[in-house]
Design a protein around this ligand. Sequence first.
Ligand SMILES: *Cc1c(COP(=O)(O)O)cnc(C)c1O
Length: 426
Amino acid sequence: MDSFNYKNGKLFAENVDVEKIADSVGTPVYIYSKATILDHFNKIKKAYSAIDTTICYSIKACGNVNILKILADAGSGFDIVSGGELFRAQQAEGDVKKIVYAGVGKTDEEIIAALEAGVGYFNIESEAELENVIALAKQAGIKTKAALRVNPDVDYKTHTYITTGKKETKFGVDIERAQKIFEQYGKNGIVDLCAIHVHLGSGGKTIDPYCDAIKKVLPLIDALRGKGFKIEAIDLGGGFGADYQSDYAPSAADYAKGIIPLLKDKKLKLILEPGKSIIANAGILLTKVLYLKQGGNKKFVIVDAGMNDLIRPCLYEAFHFIWPAKVLPQFEHLKRADQLDIKGLEFVDIVGPICEGADFFAKDRAIPPVKRGDLISIFTAGAYGYTMSSNYNARPMLPEVLVDGDSFKVIRKRQTYEDMIAPERI
Ligand SMILES: *Cc1c(COP(=O)(O)O)cnc(C)c1O
């Protein structure tokens, strides 16, 4: 479900006409729906209610503190990958024991901050990192828990930049090496290595890789328990499907149906780290048409958002559904339709103002005709949208707006030119 729908030819975020937001905040602007965020979170919670499950929302997908607070209040923990994300998680005032900390390159300062904060688990990616966490924990006199990230070598079938569960990636360790690591470091007395973590990638479309990964990891857990290691949890990471293109991505219930039977009698707590599946289609990027331009046989729609605001199309060749915010009645129901051989649509390239050929949102895309000044919505932009944006071309960072029912509020103000250069020194 999402809460961005057309009524009488106009796009609404929940009950708010997005044009009203553009009038008040300007464009481009990220707009999120609180109802969608909570709906996704609660659906996951419900789907896994048969087993002891902790949901740790992945902050890197979209880290605005206001959104983190909504999730923390709903009972979510957090998956963090840096000291900065730890700081964000702390501002959200959730349960620190529900924080899991992943990442292949944790610095000493970040590790110490996480130890002092009292995070739930360090997700360990290598022997060298584990040795360092043990050393720093000893120095600080703080006990902690850790999960070993293993690489189950399953093919996630997504873009290579977002595949992380294959053998030849930089993430985690092989299953074979995992046993040795437990034998060498498993009883160090300060960092309790008591869980297994996997994270397969992002943007998958099927449940199979998760089931395959569990089936590969359970024998490891049995073997480790046989050797006297207490394994209390399995963390399946994130990467659960979000709907970008059609109306189909496996739902939380679909995943749970495959996953729960495999874990039911294993005396394992389950940890999930969803990012996209909670926030992706809870957000849109609203942008305005600046110019139309003909180039050879191509028609370009030049909008005021650029690749610095939403880099997914250019970085991952990601598909985002794009549709004007105001349409004629015959186009209204077409949101996410995949049959676009409808009369009256035009094939265009939708591009940004940045001096790079890669600055595009869609190529040869059929949309209803638009003109200068029209608002266009780039859907499913909630995840890895704002968080991956930059000041490239000295473009100020965008505002973020949260809609809740009939009202909206600015949860991040638009950066000004002065904000942008404030940290610089002459
Ligand atoms: C990025 C990431 C996630 C979230 O992935 P989504 O595709 O957004 O669900 C979860 N866990 C780890 C370790 C990650 O790196």
